[in-house]
Design a binder for this molecule. Structure first.
Ligand code: FE2
Ligand code: FE2
Length: 355
């Protein structure tokens, strides 16, 4: 036992504090069973990720500061408003799943004791995606109050849009359950590659739309979201670079399948979905095309079918070059004349990618 004296500035003893040390030394608490968020630690292995996190803090935008009052619904006809709202509701199928998907990934990163910058980067993506979701929410509710689904459609176009949106969200719900199971089953390093497909796709989508839109508010939103997505992509690439030496052959094959799953899922917003995974009624695609045509003519900025195909091809060529570095093969995408490995059918269990 030891007595510790505390002194004032003059060196006089003021209090005596007792530190209790048992004769045989301190006892250790039981070992913490993993996975667990404890013990607390702030390990840094990849300073580059810490730098990107700092940049996220500076570059992030506040959706409240966008000039929403300049997004005047009166500048469009009723059909144009519902068609533009429809595109944002399609985008929501992807962007609005960002916050819960990355929040769950962040918790998983804590539980599996990833280094601190990995957790912080996931936190920053969660926050950014909540901002992207807020943009979808504000545009939709400004153009069609109660949208995307909580309004009473009266015109034929409104009824078609409303019905298509409910089919989209039926499919979104199927992927969410698969993701919740996958997050427990697969190492985060594998999930990162699925995220990467979404980030490459979305950064190119938003940059393309920022150039094409005729509306200044949409241009500001697309530019800001595009910058966030480019940063998310950098996070994914840095994470994969770090994880790649640990990837087994089986992991790599799984990643190849995930890339095809990314194409199947994201094509709904980036091009047109292949006849796989999606459960849609036969009238869905014809009505979808009509709605997008109206939105495009109203100046939203969505690319044409051919422009989208070209854009998607470029994005995939980029992903293919990135994953090749780590000996990961690219899947066959016959829809876009891309040769590669056959991965079989994609089911709801395989879908992980988000924006
Ligand atoms: Fe996003
Ligand atoms: Fe993102």
């Amino acid at each position: 036992m030891k007595l510790e004296a505390e002194h004032n500035d003059e060196g006089e003893v003021t209090t005596m504090r007792k530190i209790d040390i048992p004769e045989n030394g301190f006892e250790q608490p039981p070992e913490i069973a993993m996975p667990n968020i404890f013990p607390i630690e702030w390990r840094v292995e990849t300073p580059k990720l810490a730098e990107i996190y700092e940049r996220a803090k500076r570059e992030g935008f506040n959706p409240s500061l966008i000039a929403w009052d300049q997004l005047n619904p009166e500048q469009w006809s009723r059909d144009e408003r519902v068609a533009i709202m429809y595109w944002w509701a399609v985008l929501s199928n992807f962007d609005s799943s960002g916050p819960p998907v990355f929040a769950r990934a962040m918790i998983r990163a804590f539980e599996t004791h990833q280094e601190d910058p990995v957790r912080k980067c996931f936190f920053s993506i969660t926050r950014d995606e909540a901002h992207h979701e807020e943009c979808c929410q504000r545009v939709i509710q400004r153009l069609v109050p109660g949208g995307p689904l909580n309004f009473t459609p009266t015109t034929v176009l409104e009824k078609a849009a409303h019905n298509n949106i409910s089919w989209l969200y039926h499919n979104g719900a199927r992927y969410w359950k698969g993701f919740c199971r996958a997050i427990e089953r697969y190492p985060l390093s594998i999930l990162f590659t699925s995220f990467m497909m979404g980030e490459v796709a979305s950064s190119s989508l938003f940059h393309g739309m920022a150039r094409k839109t005729t509306n200044p508010v949409f241009r500001e939103i697309f530019t800001k979201i595009g910058r966030d997505e480019a940063r998310h992509l950098q996070i994914c690439i840095t994470l994969l670079e770090k994880e790649s030496p640990r990837l087994t052959q089986e992991d790599k094959q799984f990643v190849t399948k995930q890339l095809r799953a990314g194409f199947v899922f994201l094509s709904m917003v980036l091009w047109e979905p292949p006849d796989e995974f999606w459960q849609l009624p036969p009238y869905f695609m014809p009505n979808h095309r009509v709605l997008l045509d109206i939105a495009r003519e109203a100046g939203l900025g969505c690319l044409t079918y051919e422009e989208q195909a070209e854009n998607w091809k470029l994005a995939m060529a980029r992903v293919s070059r990135i994953v090749e570095r780590w000996g990961i093969q690219f899947p066959a995408i016959p829809e876009l004349d891309i040769k590669g490995v056959e991965v079989g059918d994609i089911t709801a269990e395989d879908i992980i990618p988000v924006f």
